[in-house]
Design a protein around this ligand. Structure first.
Ligand code: OGA
Ligand code: NI
Length: 456
């Protein structure tokens, strides 16, 4: 046996190396071409050869993008990857694509343009900027064929004005059924003439498509203004921005002076709100009866005292799969009457499946708001809904929200006493409308229901 190099004076060679105080880098800088023997490790063949089988594998790279958007599915997916890597390799790498962008300043820059989403589209963008990226749960975007068999009832109000008791009972029964289950229905022959509806849609569209400079003057987040135009009322609190611009005004109880309304749609706003107020009062009578109360009950407790009229403009979107027109939410109102155009995209979520609310010419969409769910002690449902972004557009809609919004309010609303019993104790604490609305505004449309916050 020979043992070349084995019995060399390792100790003194190591010491000499240490004394250079220049480390391995010093050797390399000096131009050595062979590894000195003090550095030789006795390596097993199996340890150094990189076999082809092993190199197929590699340490997982886990992308944390989306974690901050609060999606449960996304979080579960990331946790599963972390668990797997920790159980097997004990190592993983992390990246965070797009996670740490400065959302706040990008949102502010967008707000400062005062031109909303329409401004971006007019400027010719072909990609949806990242502040508009929503993290959509797989289950939320798939519409399964079974679910889409259902559709929202269209209730014909024809004959109601003739005073037939049988007819009225029949309609009240349908309204009750829809309000207790879907929280949504459409109404036909509601008494608002088709040309008023058409003019209202054209007027709202005209507002958004008027001269940009004139429109910019009205851009504000100041709720005390008679007219509020902006993009995303919850721009600074929502986790993702929606593909929508809006303008709104309080039409009751203190209607603005006509000159405070935008010229392009002044007359029709006044006319439409007058008619929609009358219809709202009628619907609240039917809803009172549907609850087994006297017809005037809901109007008597001032559910129709306030009318807020937001109009929405959903520009055509180059990448509709990345964003939403309106995030899932329940309305904060007692009652909402919605006028939508022919484009479509409104969906409701009565039982974990999205159902389309297809445009029906001449009809109006009615839905129960959070405050009516609260005072009906959950008998009526404020059902969550959203609007998809669409490659086609613009889509225009006008919502009539019956409630007093941000106006000062002291009146307390809680479950209606007449509806309560030993078997049906109150489920909510009392609140005034403004406190409720402030809570929702501060929260932003993040997909969760605001009502639960007021549960007893
Ligand atoms: C709303 C709303 C739906 C739509 O304004 O609350 O849900 O179709 N609008 O614009
Ligand atoms: Ni809504």
């Amino acid at each position: 046996m020979v043992a070349t190099n084995t019995n060399y004076d390792r100790k003194s060679e190591v010491k000499a190396f240490d004394d250079t105080k220049e480390g391995v880098k010093g050797l390399v800088d000096a131009g050595i071409t062979e590894v000195p023997r003090i550095f030789h490790h006795p390596l097993e063949e199996s340890e150094t050869s990189s076999d082809s089988e092993a190199s197929q594998f590699s340490i997982a790279v886990i992308d944390l993008q989306g974690l901050e958007l609060g999606s449960l599915t996304k979080r579960k997916e990331i946790v599963a990857k972390v668990a797997e890597a920790s159980k097997t390799w004990g190592f993983f790498q992390m990246v965070a694509t797009n996670t740490n962008y400065d959302r706040k300043s990008e949102v502010k820059a967008f707000d400062d343009t005062k031109e909303g989403v329409k401004g971006l589209v007019d400027a010719g963008i072909t990609e949806v900027p990242r502040i508009f990226h929503h993290l959509l749960e797989e289950s939320e975007t798939s519409s399964d064929s079974k679910a889409s068999q259902f559709s929202i009832a269209v209730i014909d109000l024809q004959g109601l004005e003739l005073g037939s008791l049988t007819k009225r009972k029949e309609i009240v029964a349908k309204v009750a059924e829809a309000s207790e289950t879907w929280g949504f229905f459409q109404i036909a022959n509601h008494g608002i003439p088709v040309d008023v509806l058409e003019e209202m849609k054209n007027g709202a569209r005209g507002f958004f498509e008027q001269d940009t400079q004139v429109k910019k003057e009205l851009y504000t987040r100041e709720h005390s203004r008679p007219l509020v135009y902006n993009s995303n009322f919850d721009l600074y609190s929502a986790p993702a921005t929606s593909w929508r611009d809006s303008f709104g005004c309080y039409m009751a109880p203190n209607p603005p002076k006509p000159e405070e309304l935008p010229e392009v749609c002044r007359d029709i706003l006044v006319e439409y709100s007058k008619q929609v107020m009358k219809l709202g009062k009628l619907l609240l009578q039917l809803l009172s009866e549907a609850l087994g109360l006297k017809p005037s009950h809901l109007n008597d407790i001032d559910c129709s005292e306030g009318l807020v009229l937001p109009s929405h403009y959903y520009p055509a979107c180059p990448q509709p799969e990345l964003t939403l027109g309106t995030t899932k939410h329940g309305d904060f109102s007692f009652l909402t009457i919605l006028l939508q155009d022919h484009i479509g995209g409104l969906q409701v979520l009565p039982q974990n499946k999205w159902i389309n609310v297809p445009p029906v010419p001449g009809a109006l969409v009615v839905n129960i708001g959070d405050l009516l769910q609260l005072i009906s002690n959950d008998r009526f449902k404020s059902v969550q809904h959203r609007v998809l972004a669409n490659r086609v557009g613009p889509r225009v809609s006008i919502a009539s929200l019956f409630y007093t919004g941000m106006l000062p309010s002291t009146k307390l609303y809680g479950p209606i006493k007449e509806l309560l019993s030993e078997d049906n104790p109150p489920k909510y604490r009392e609140t005034n409308v403004r406190d409720y609305v402030l809570y929702v505004h501060n929260k932003g449309l993040d997909g969760s229901s605001a009502l639960s916050q007021f549960k007893l």
